[in-house]
Design a binder for this molecule. Structure first.
Ligand code: ZN
Ligand code: ZN
Ligand code: ZN
Length: 375
């Protein structure tokens, strides 16, 4: 890990310890999930052998890791001490030893229940809460290293969007699944380490926001929603996510689709323009929703307008009615209104933005006008 990434993580650990002290949490017990790589740079294998980063409020962190996985660890004594365990060792006892006498504990939200139950049996006096209560608000605010990673991921995804808009990805006559495969291959070719999803939803399927691409053949004159993203590593850091959506039409659009799309593009633009520090998350959703409702399509926008993004595709902050959290500089999230006419058609536009002092920076800049492709 380079010094810049170590320095970023030292600052995150300092912020986490301050938040732990404020919440009277004595130790974090971080297993699977994004908190561990965020603080250590190491991503645990999602297997049955426990990997745990113990972060005491008042002492250096310890990474308890299966011995056979220890060679994967980029050992960084400034961030954690390494404690490998062998096949006949008891990892729960090692974690308990690293916890010591501390009893107010917070555990990662994605920790396996089996590990937590064993820890509870070994530490009967402990009280447990979710680690996200401490780490969530901090992780939502991206530091410079994280913004650089998200920007690189967004730029790589935009190359695929540009190919889609230019008609370089053939659509008519192919199955959604085949197009999804090609989008995934292009994401990897642009440097993504992993493809997380590539939704291709054509014709009536476009009305289903989380459609699973299948064997349906794409026809002429159809709206095709393409929503894709993956995980991208910059400078050897752990991977950050991309997530973007463009809707294209295979042949000249019918008036209904063109009008619906114009409303959608205005709503997306208005919502992005409304982003600035201090504005409530729910207000961004409301701005986009209002524009769609004015066109009489309010009932056809059936999901929140956005979600935070970082090490995870979906994380805090969520842009949804009821979330009064004020936007802060460094919040990174999607702005993705959609309009869906069940059984007929749909459209969605999605960009990732990062809040800045004066508004926001878009990390996806591929063209947003309705492109006619492959006609
Ligand atoms: Zn989604
Ligand atoms: Zn998406
Ligand atoms: Zn999204």
């Amino acid at each position: 890990m380079n010094d810049r990434l170590v320095a970023a993580r030292l600052e995150r650990q300092a912020n986490v310890r301050a938040a732990m002290a404020a919440a009277q949490v004595e130790a974090l017990v971080l297993s699977l999930g994004a908190d561990l790589p965020w603080l250590s740079g190491y991503e645990a294998m999602p297997l049955e052998r426990p990997t745990v980063l113990v972060v005491p409020v008042d002492a250096p962190a310890t990474l308890v890791v299966p011995r056979l996985e220890a060679p994967r660890v980029d050992e960084e004594p400034r961030l954690f001490g390494l404690l490998p365990w062998g096949e006949t060792d008891d990892p729960v006892a090692l974690v308990a030893a690293a916890v010591g006498r501390r009893r107010r504990l917070a555990v990662s939200d994605r920790c396996w229940a089996s590990l937590l139950l064993d820890l509870q049996a070994t530490l009967p006096g402990a009280t447990w809460q979710r680690a996200s209560g401490v780490t969530g608000p901090l992780r939502a605010i991206k530091d410079d290293a994280e913004v650089a990673s998200l920007a690189a991921a967004g730029a790589a995804a935009d190359v695929v969007s540009a190919a889609l808009l230019a008609g370089d990805i053939r659509l008519v006559g192919r199955s959604e699944a085949a197009v999804s495969e090609e989008i995934g291959a292009r994401l990897r070719a642009e440097g993504h380490a992993r493809v997380n999803f590539a939704i291709v939803a054509s014709g009536p399927n476009a009305a289903s926001p989380h459609h699973e691409p299948g064997e349906r053949r794409i026809g002429p004159g159809e709206a095709v929603v393409c929503d894709f993203g993956g995980t991208f590593s910059l400078d050897g850091d752990v991977g950050y996510c991309s997530d973007t959506t463009r809707t294209v039409v295979t042949g000249p659009p019918e008036a209904e689709l063109a009008e619906l799309y114009a409303v959608l593009a205005e709503a997306q633009e208005a919502a992005v323009q409304a982003v600035r520090p201090g504005v409530a998350c729910e207000e961004i959703d409301a701005v986009g929703r209002r524009r769609i409702a004015e066109a009489g399509l309010g009932e056809r926008f059936i999901h929140r307008i956005g979600h935070g993004i970082g090490l995870e595709e979906h994380e805090d902050p969520y842009l949804v009615e009821g979330n009064g959290t004020p936007i802060e500089v460094g919040h990174a999230f999607s702005v993705e209104p959609g309009i869906y006419l069940p059984g007929r058609l749909g459209a969605r536009i999605e960009d990732i933005v990062v809040a800045t002092v004066g508004g926001c920076r878009r990390l996806n800049v591929a063209n947003r006008s309705l492109h006619v492709v492959d006609d």
